[in-house]
Design a protein around this ligand. Sequence first.
Ligand code: MF3
Ligand code: CO
Length: 252
Amino acid sequence: MIIIKSPEEIGKIAEACLVVARALEYLRGLVRPGVTTRMLEHRADEFIRDHGAVPAFKGYRGYPASICTSVNNEVIHGIPSDRVLREGDIVGIDLGVFKDGFFGDAARTFAVGSISPEAEKLLKVTEEALSCGIENARKSRRVSDISHAIQKHVESNGFSVVRAFVGHGIGRSLHEDPQVPNFGLPGRGPRLSPGITLAIEPMVNMGGHEVVVLDDGWTAVTLDGTLSAHFEDTVLVTDDGPRILTQETDKS
Ligand code: MF3
Ligand code: CO
């Protein structure tokens, strides 16, 4: 069942999302060769709590950290560790918070120093695919219009979309209905209406779409070892189109 949010609830979700947006911008400034993913974890945890929120992922189904840090061939759910980021790596940082009863969730993939032109293209296409999806988060469209727009942009650029994980509704729970796949035919699934909040999150592989989960029970990696990128925003469907809640620049 999709929960339509009231203006009051939307205000609280927006507050949580603002902490997410600011935390990710803060982390962007810390990503450089030589830092460990654990250092990013500590800084993120501290930033989130300093801003009156609680990390949403820590303890969620037993997840052991406040953020996910997924490096290179890691798709999502990489666990922060003593791994040192090297020049040329890409690192996906996924971050969720809980504040005043509501969740916000977003992810970015950052370049570590200078990266290959192919990796640059992967980041660009994945971020654009998120935009294509968001563009379809409009009233009277359907969930799979988002999915289809994402898949089309990714595949027309020669990459593949991960199918094993999907985006989701978000609000009082981190994961609510509906599921938001990153692939599929248009015109399917629930119809969108104002007050629906969605976490849209394309995961894009340079090679094939298949993923495997490592023995740690969390880290999803590409089956073929190719690079993978992940961008996510929490988005509100309004009467006048999509409003991105996890970008501070969107003040509409
Ligand atoms: N953005 C991801 C999601 O919405 C992050 C979840 S990580 C977990 O599913 F640790 F909380 F599972
Ligand atoms: Co999410």
